[in-house]
Write a new protein. Structure first.
Lengths: 331, 86
């Protein structure tokens, strides 16, 4: 199978077309480095204007969705040290957080002196059922699965709506994420959506989950009392979208906060033991790696060399970990 | 004109959100959001596409299902915007 000569996209990926030089359409459509720098500056200034308006109006300026991985750890310190925000960090425990990640989270929030909450939904009655179904059935529409496995989509979706609930209840004007520049475009890095849009999107995620869990799933999603406060809906922001991104510098900075890479995680996720299993399941079902678009965007954007990108794509699974995941999910 | 807009929009949706194949047999009144065809990043991409393609400015309060969530709604919204810009 041919791969794009500039990034790592394969010829048979949906809506990918190669030109006569073997370059894919995503590379051909990529913004110039100069235009990208301008856009980043534009969004960074937009964020600064928005925080100037929103800062200090409530107990917290931002609710940061903090997985304990390298990117969200780095984002957390950016929000604290560069943007000087009052932060509430929120960790969603999906049952597969490595022991070292708990230590990392504790070290980082203590070092940065940030309030933190950890929420762990019921495993047997909720998460296990969702993950099992996501591993075996086509739970979500195709587009969602281009960017992440069905298992990751389930987790991210729950994080997104739980964080929205918390933000509306605590009147926090921003919800932050640690999406890397490869995971989400700069143009989505500051996003304020109308509650009507959010309600409809929420239905697309909640619907499939309700079929698995039943009415109990409502616990994890917005309620009418939240929608009754449209002026309290936060703005979503992922600051890495408009920041400089250098993995070596990021690792050095977070090391100084007491962060260490956990044992058993793969190259693409530094906080979740479920990832290799989720990737493997995704590839078996759809024929492509769920991190493909992200890695290709990293290479295209100059954040990663092509050879390194290619090294990220095969699944180098830790059999012991994958077997433990299977056992925990009863598969 | 109107038929062209809808066809252009449908092509964009099918190419970009349905992996190039209209396996869902997308109808003019199908909700993109309820069917999960587009997510939040998809909304931004769709908004950027129509701004670029039709040279219109989409304001944040206009990003609502009534304007963007079906082919019919999108077409009507774009036509209104084009008319008001004349």
């Amino acid at each position: 199978m041919r791969l794009c000569k500039r990034c790592v996209m394969p010829e048979d990926f949906p809506h990918i077309k190669f030109d006569e030089k073997g370059i894919c359409n995503l590379c051909r459509e990529e913004l110039s480095r100069g235009r990208m720098a301008e856009l980043k500056k534009e969004y960074r200034e937009k964020f600064l204007r928005r925080i100037k308006r929103g800062r200090g109006k409530g107990p917290y300026d931002i609710l940061m969705c903090y997985s304990g991985g390298k990117d969200s750890t780095y984002t957390l310190q950016l929000l604290k040290d560069v943007y000087k925000l009052k932060i509430l960090a929120f960790t969603f425990d999906n049952g597969f957080i490595p022991e070292r990640t708990y230590i990392n989270i504790r070290n980082v929030v203590e070092k940065l002196d940030i309030d933190h909450i950890l929420f762990k939904p019921r495993f047997a009655g909720v998460l296990k059922k969702i993950f099992r179904k996501a591993a075996s059935a086509s739970l979500y529409p195709p587009k969602a699965l281009e960017r992440a496995s069905a298992i990751c989509t389930s987790c991210i979706g729950l994080v997104k709506y739980l964080s929205l609930k918390i933000a509306v209840e605590k009147e926090i004007p921003f919800v932050g994420f640690g999406w890397s520049p490869g995971q989400a475009p700069v143009t989505s890095s500051i996003m304020k959506l109308e509650p009507a849009m959010i309600r409809t999107m929420e239905g697309a995620l909640k619907g499939p989950m309700k079929k698995i869990i039943g009415e109990d799933i409502n616990t994890y999603f917005l309620e009418e009392r939240h929608y009754a406060r449209p002026d309290k809906f936060p703005c979503f922001v992922h600051p890495l979208g408009f920041s400089d991104y250098d993995e070596k510098k990021i690792l050095a900075r977070i090391k100084s906060l007491g962060w260490e890479k956990p044992y058993g995680v793969d190259l693409n996720a530094t906080n979740c033991l479920l990832n290799s299993f989720a990737d493997k399941t995704h590839i078996s079902k759809y024929g492509f790696h769920p991190y493909l678009l992200e890695i290709a965007a990293f290479v295209r954007g100059g954040y990663m060399k092509r050879g390194e990108g290619l090294r990220h794509l095969p699944i180098k699974k830790n059999k012991k970990i994958v077997d433990a995941v299977r056992r925990k999910l009863g598969l | 004109m109107s038929g062209n807009i809808k066809e252009e929009l449908k092509k964009f949706i099918v190419d970009n959100y349905l992996l190039g194949s209209d396996s869902l047999n997308l109808k003019d009144d199908d909700s993109f959001l309820e069917k999960g065809i587009i997510d939040s990043i998809g909304v931004i991409e769709l908004t950027s596409f129509i701004q670029r393609k039709y040279d219109i400015k989409v304001k944040v309060p206009e990003i609502i299902p009534e304007n963007l969530d079906t082919l019919n709604n999108l077409e009507a919204y774009i036509e209104r915007k084009l008319k008001s810009s004349k």
